[in-house]
Design a protein around this ligand. Structure first.
Ligand code: AMP
Length: 106
């Protein structure tokens, strides 16, 4: 699904792109800033697989999240259906702005 946004098959706002990843705005934002940082490869279903196979790509995702968040931010990788993952193409949620201090809630 995310790859279809990258290719332009379905609409989405691409806010940043590098050789290996791209960033879109989440369609259902949970914070004033809610971005998704997504590797271009569909090879990794979740962050555990990504960390094991390509830690440099994971590090690039974290660096880009920090650059784009515009200040303090929360980085979330839902991992598995039971944790709310719905798209099995690894992606980081970057939430920023108006976060309740010390809370993991939405
Ligand atoms: P997850 O539930 O962690 O797998 O995250 C999937 C995220 O993708 C959800 O937060 C959705 O709101 C978001 N999403 C689904 N479809 C789109 C879309 N077309 N454009 C942007 N974000 C989307």
């Amino acid at each position: 699904m995310f790859s279809r946004i990258l290719s332009g098959d379905i609409p989405g706002e691409i806010v940043h792109e590098t050789d290996r990843l791209f960033v879109i705005r989440d369609i259902a934002p949970k914070a004033p800033v809610h971005l998704l940082v997504i590797p271009k490869t569909e090879q990794y279903a979740n962050v555990v697989e990504l960390a094991a196979e390509d830690p440099a790509l994971l590090a690039e995702m974290v660096a880009v999240a920090g650059d784009l968040a515009g200040g303090d931010f929360r980085l979330i990788f839902n991992t598995g259906e039971g944790a709310g993952q719905t798209v099995f193409h690894v992606h980081a949620h970057v939430l920023a702005g108006g976060l309740s201090e010390g809370s993991l809630g939405d």
